[in-house]
Each structure stands twice: as C-alpha cells, then as structure tokens.
Design a protein around this ligand. Structure first.
Ligand SMILES: C[S@@+](CC[C@H](N)C(=O)[O-])C[C@H]1O[C@@H](n2cnc3c(N)ncnc32)[C@H](O)[C@@H]1O
Length: 364
C-alpha cells in the first residue's frame, strides 16, 4: 500500500533491493563509464531519496555508488542521473537532498530531478531523440513501483533498443495475483505485460503454476522487447513472497554482474533470495550444491569436442544459469577435473586445477 506521507519508514526488505543495486552499480560504473561518451542512470520511481529514519533511498544509493567508487578517476564518461518522481512533495524533497549533499561526484556529472510520471517523461525524452535521429545513451533503468501500474512494456521496449541499456524492475507479484480479476486493473496489466495474454493465468488454479505462468510471460515479453538475457530472483520473508526482481540486459557480462550482486546480498536478516530455476533454494555463501551448474555445462558442452574456457565462462555468465562465473572454476571445474568429468588440453595451461584464459577443456 502506498504511504500518504512524503517520507515513510524503511521496510527491512527494501535493504535487499538497495544492496543489490549498490553492488551492481559498483560493477556497472567502471565497465560502462570508460568506453562511452555518456551514460545514464534513470530511476523511474525515484521516491524522496530518503526514508523516515534518514536512511538513503535509491537515488542517493546510486549517487553514492559513483561518488565513493574506488575507480572513480577511471570513469571518463559523462554521467547523467535522471530521477523521475510523480509526487511533487517527494520530488521537491529529493531535489533539496541532492542539491545540498556534499557528494564528491566527478565534474562530468549531472543530476536531474524530474517531477513527472515515468511513462510520459520517458516517452517524451525518447520521442525527442527519435526526432533528432539520435540514439538513447547506454542506460541503467530502475523501475520500482509500489504496485502494478506505470511500467509499460512498450516503454521498456524502446529503452532496450540501445544494445547497452538495461532494466532492473521490481515486479509486485502479490499485487498482480490479487488484482488479476479486478476489472479496473485490466488496463494496467495489459500495459505491464504488453499483451492481453496474461488473462490465461486467471484460469490457473494451482498457485505455483499460476505464478510460473505470469513470470514466464513477463520474461518472454522482456525478451521480445529486446533483452537477450533475463534473470529474476524472488525475495521471501519466511514463506511470504515480498517481490521479484527482473533484470533484462543484452550483455552476458551485465547478466553475470547482476547475478553476482544478488548472490552477494543473500541472505540478509529474515529474508532470503531464491531463484526459481534452482528449485527455490535460498542463495547464500554457504550454498554447496552446484550439481545443477555441472549438469547444465554437460548438457551444453558434452559432445562438442575441445572448448575454450572463455566460451564456458560466457555460458555461465548468461541467463542460461542462475549461477555466476565466480562459481565456475573452484566449485565445479576443479571437482570435475578431480573426478575425471572433464579432460584438459595440458598444452594450454601450466598446472592442474587452474583454468586461465586459453585453457581448452572437454566435457565427458
Ligand atoms: C517504491 S517507491 C520508490 C522507492 C525508491 N525507488 C527507493 O528505493 O528508495 C515508488 C515511488 O514512485 C512514485 N511514483 C508512483 N507512480 C509513479 C509514476 N508513474 N512515475 C513516477 N513516480 C511514481 C511514488 O510517489 C513513490 O515515491
């Protein structure tokens, strides 16, 4: 339920979303910020930038990720922050907060607080670029609504037309499930999914199968909108699903960084992140069952002869698995080598149980 006040108390679960955002931007800035003339951080549902207890909101987290970045001096791109907030008082609060902050941001950096609606503001900006036959700059776009309205798939599709743009979306599944049969919400769900096909989900009586249907449809729509990789993770408090995060990107590296950002956060407090693809297992640093990653590698590479480690890394980075490249060598390839599950071309590396670039391996 949307709070009526300008600021509201920080829900403990929001910390999870914020930590993932911080971790991801720490990786994103140096990757994108060295090769592009200009990069954009767009927080489409920015909020006031602060919570009642003084904790940072997502705009301040994004600004601090840059201001406090260890590699800040290497970031040569112009960095444009665009914070869109519908509520006038919250937008004013954010404006004041950002203009009075003592953040040590690089000189080629600008902050724009826009009091407006995400959908219209973004559409106007994209129309202007189209009129000038100019392409949208590489952007990280965060969409964090309270409910199910205001994040049209048609706008996401236009954002993803830039091959370097990415979307990080909070999907409020509980609200979708609650309002799926409410006539006033039909138009919101049509816009959210970008298709009327979500109505098929209403007829599914099994809650788990219904949820999978809605997730699969949302993922398919993001892919159709242009995302080459789509990963999603769910945040649970005990048995209660709080929300799901969907991330869409063209880049395997981006996908890998997001998976690392999520694994790094989980679990926190009473909350656990789960990935539906690894059987609802909570992610954690103590995770020990990497058999699914091993099986996925076998399925993809067995019978393909010698393959380069770089290709194996690229596969693990992509959305074909919910594991990330940090899991590959020690957790999976070393045990596989010890058990005779892979052969290594000895001429491509100097010693056993390491897999530097150029190593060739064969899955049996
Ligand atoms: C969940 S809060 C955002 C919290 C913020 N992202 C954070 O993590 O600190 C959603 C915010 O979006 C604003 N909002 C609601 N509908 C909007 C829309 N269509 N466009 C832009 N902002 C909107 C609300 O006023 C609210 O401040």
């Amino acid at each position: 339920m949307e709070p009526k006040t300008i600021l509201w108390p920080l829900d403990p679960h929001t910390l999870g979303k914020h930590s993932v955002l911080r971790n991801y931007l720490n990786a994103w800035f140096p990757i994108l910020g060295q090769k592009n003339q200009r990069i954009l951080i767009i927080d489409g549902f920015a909020g006031p930038g602060q919570y009642q207890g003084g904790e940072d909101g997502s705009p301040m987290i994004a600004l601090k990720a840059l201001a406090d970045h260890r590699a800040k001096n290497l970031i040569s791109s112009e960095v444009v922050f665009m914070f869109i907030e519908e509520n006038q008082e919250r937008a004013k609060h954010l404006e004041k907060l950002t203009s009075s902050s003592n953040l040590c941001l690089p000189p080629k950096c600008s902050i724009n607080v826009i009091n407006g609606v995400f959908d219209e503001t973004m559409t106007q900006a994209l129309d202007q670029l189209d009129a000038q036959a100019t392409r949208f700059d590489p952007a990280f776009v965060m969409l964090d609504p309270f409910g199910v309205s205001g994040t049209p798939m048609s706008v996401i599709q236009r954002i993803l037309q830039n091959p370097k743009s990415e979307v990080y979306i909070t999907l409020m599944y509980e609200a979708i499930n609650r309002f799926k049969c409410t006539p006033e919400f039909e138009k919101h769900l049509d816009t959210l999914f970008g298709t009327p096909l979500w109505r098929t989900g209403i007829k599914i009586s099994d809650p788990a199968i219904r949820k999978k249907f809605f997730y699969d449809l949302y993922e398919a729509q993001l892919r159709q909108a242009g995302a080459k990789n789509v990963v999603h993770f769910e945040l649970y408090e005990g048995q209660r699903l709080v929300y799901a995060i969907f991330f869409g990107t063209h880049s395997n590296k981006g996908c890998d960084c997001m998976k690392q950002a999520i694994w790094k956060v989980a679990p926190f407090g009473n909350f656990k992140f789960c990935s539906s693809n690894i059987g609802q297992l909570p992610l954690s640093p103590d995770f020990t069952d990497f058999s699914q990653l091993r099986d996925a590698l076998r399925k993809s590479f067995s019978g393909k002869g010698w393959v380069k480690i770089e290709d194996v890394m690229d596969f693990v980075a992509s959305d074909q698995t919910d594991f990330h490249t940090g899991h590959l060598k020690k957790k999976v390839l070393v045990p596989m080598e010890d058990n005779g599950g892979i052969l290594i071309d000895a001429s491509t590396r100097s010693r056993r149980r390491v897999f530097p670039d150029g190593t060739k391996l064969r899955f049996l």
